[in-house]
Design a binder for this molecule. Structure first.
Ligand code: NAD
Length: 414
């Protein structure tokens, strides 16, 4: 099997496969990586160093990731004259689990965001962002330790589907005419128009994944975050379909808030997940005022986008926020921040986001011993005050270190 002309995946490795609905992970899985643009190569080197050391430490050579470089972004453009070669998509699909640094969105020339293209091509319908405070990280709130949420954001629909037409365009005029003639809707002629598709299929598969995650990870609740009071047939329907999935597919292990009060009158027993819903604006307040009451959040695309960054800020910012985009099985773990071009090549930026995405990846592989090792070591390094500039500037007495220095400190603490 060759890629990009004559490149072959590491011969010592084996592909991860899917059998009977489960991931089958060999001891030497081939895992494709995309280095990324801007600060991507630096944070990737740091991450790879930490992940390899943690796996070695946890499994004493019995398990080892066989990394396979695949190309996207500027590096792909330089080597192959393409921003996202078909072989990259093929490798990400074929090997199931992969990890990537940030990619530049080429400006102009009608090129779409590579991240959006990746999500669509691989049907990565759920964007998963765990948000938890790492002790020692400076935060703008008094009790960041009360935040421990995992956001499941729908990735393929909503106002992000790219269905919009500029004011004054022939397409907008045709759509306006159609709406007026067929449905009697009057719109201003100078309005840009967009569509907000939210389907039963798209909503249900997202909420299903969130509930499955909650059950697998012993989480207590899944909250559906929506603006159904205003957008009844999109966001309101998301809420309805969410409750429906819970009732119909997880009836014996989920309860609504009302049922929880009725049946248990207090805390629900372990193994039962409470399904609740909150209107999005209220959810932003709740996240600040009573974060301890929320656990897994399932949201349509736009709500999830806003909420992810707001919550990340609450626990110390994007430099430390991990994430993944997943389909039923295929999963791409990624830094949640961009390419930070101003800092590129300076060995300065915080690799925490990609390292913690690597932790998510280890958990996804079922290699949780290695995942916990990285988490513990990273926490220890931050608590001893060895941090990159972005954290050091808000941590009195901290010892500022470089990107690679931070990785080395974690490896030493493993
Ligand atoms: P950015 O995330 O690159 O930078 C925003 C700010 O955060 C900057 O001040 C930067 O210095 C800081 N920052 C980012 N990562 C940091 C880290 N690890 N440690 C410390 N500080 C950090 O966002 P931007 O400037 O809007 O975008 C730059 C490029 O990245 C654009 O081409 C954009 O399209 C792309 N982008 C890619 C992704 C992705 O690949 N997932 C996400 C967002 C933006």
């Amino acid at each position: 099997m060759s890629f990009f002309g004559n490149e072959t995946p590491p011969a010592a490795g084996e592909a991860i496969t899917i059998r009977e609905g489960k991931l089958r992970v060999p001891d030497r899985p081939i895992v494709p990586f995309i280095e990324g643009d801007g600060v991507g190569p630096e944070i990737w080197q740091a991450t790879r160093r930490v992940l390899d050391a943690a796996v070695q430490k946890a499994y004493a050579g019995q398990r080892q990731i066989q990394w396979f470089e695949v190309y996207a972004g500027e590096k792909a453009q330089r080597r192959f004259g393409q921003w996202l070669p078909e072989d990259t998509l093929r490798a990400l699909r074929e090997f199931v689990v992969s990890i990537k640094g940030p990619l530049t969105t080429p400006v102009g020339g009608g090129i779409r965001s590579l991240n959006v293209t990746l999500r669509q091509e691989l049907d990565l319908y759920a964007c998963i962002r765990p948000v938890r405070w790492v002790p020692g990280v400076p935060s703008p709130v008094r009790h960041p330790e009360n935040v421990d949420m995992v956001i499941f954001r729908e990735n393929t629909e909503d106002v992000y589907a790219g269905l919009e037409w500029p004011a004054g365009s022939p397409e907008a005029a045709r759509l306006r005419e159609f709406l007026q003639d067929r449905l009697g809707i009057r719109l201003r002629p100078d309005a840009g128009l967009g569509l907000k598709p939210v389907s039963e299929f798209g909503s249900k598969r997202l909420v299903r994944k969130a509930i499955q995650y909650a059950l697998q990870h012993g989480r207590r609740s899944v909250t559906l975050v929506h603006k159904g009071n205003i957008m009844k047939y999109t966001e309101g329907a998301f809420r309805e379909w969410g409750y429906q999935v819970a009732r119909e597919e997880f009836g014996d292990v989920t309860v609504s808030e009302a049922e929880a009060a009725e049946r248990f009158g207090g805390p629900v027993p372990p193994g039962i997940v409470v399904i609740k819903d909150r209107i999005a604006d209220n959810m932003f307040q709740q996240a600040l005022l009573r974060p301890e009451e929320y656990d897994v959040l399932a949201t349509p695309n736009l709500n999830g986008d806003y909420l992810s960054d707001a919550l990340a800020a609450q626990v110390g910012g994007l430099g430390m926020a991990p994430g993944a985009n997943v389909s039923d099985y295929v999963a791409v773990f990624e830094a949640t921040h961009g390419t930070a071009p101003r800092h590129a090549g300076q060995n300065r930026i915080n690799p925490g986001s990609l390292i913690l995405s690597g932790v998510m990846m280890l958990d996804y592989l079922g290699w949780s011993e290695a995942a916990r090792q990285v988490e513990k070591a990273l926490q220890a390094v931050i608590q001893q005050g060895t941090v990159t500039y972005d954290l050091a500037r808000d941590m009195p007495g901290a010892q500022e270190t470089s990107t690679s220095g931070f990785a080395e400190a974690i490896v030493a603490a493993l």
